[in-house]
Write a protein that binds this ligand. Structure first.
Ligand code: 5GP
Length: 184
């Protein structure tokens, strides 16, 4: 039996989860990072199968119907996102630690489906810093930004439901904390 585990990384939008996870994997390529399926359209530079599996609503419905997803959620009141079951199970069977970078609704579902999963919440040093980080991203329109800030307020309130919290102030320190927590 392998004792490889699933680590769920969640936190509000623009807190820097993606950068944090990329840094951990660059240093520890044995970690498997799940590539989610989503119904949202690719942003410029995003590659199908690398950043996400970009799929249609019909294909997403089919994945739900065939229990192909470990969890899924509608995020920022716009698109659906979900974790593909099969690649995660294959990585665990091979003894690889698995990271899921997903939203808080998904994290709560994983707690039900995979009770051994460890839930890690990434938090900004302050609300003001989160707003600054979101503003410095050019991809969002004012309307999308307002939606993301509303989601972020809601997400920050769920911090206590997680097993562990890491403050992403200095990136290097946050990376070391996550590496140590995962036990790499
Ligand atoms: P973005 O559209 O900026 O790539 O991602 C928006 C949000 O969707 C992020 O908070 C991210 O954590 C979340 N997300 C990405 N993949 C998944 C997934 O497979 N399941 C869930 N529940 N959320 C996801």
């Amino acid at each position: 039996m392998s004792d490889a585990r699933v680590f769920v990384i969640s936190g509000p939008t623009a807190v820097g989860k993606g950068t944090l996870v990329s840094r951990v994997v660059a240093a520890h390529p044995e970690v498997y990072v799940s590539v989610s399926a989503t119904t949202r359209l690719p942003r410029p530079g995003e590659v199908n199968g690398v950043h996400y599996h970009f799929i249609t609503d019909a294909t997403f419905d089919e994945l739900i119907a065939t229990a192909g997803l470990l969890e899924w959620a509608t995020v920022h009141q716009s698109a659906r996102y979900g974790t593909l079951r099969e690649p995660v199970m294959t990585a665990l069977a091979a003894g690889r630690p698995v990271i899921l970078e997903i939203d808080v609704q998904g994290a709560m579902q994983v707690r039900q489906t995979l009770p051994d999963a460890v839930l890690v919440f990434i938090t900004p040093p302050s609300w003001e810093e989160l707003v600054n980080r979101l503003r410095s991203r050019s991809a969002e329109t004012a309307e999308q930004m307002a939606l993301r800030l509303a989601s972020a307020k809601h997400e920050l309130a769920l911090k206590d439901m997680f097993d562990h919290t890491i403050v992403n102030d200095e990136l290097d320190i946050a990376v070391s904390e996550l590496v140590e927590f995962i036990g790499l």
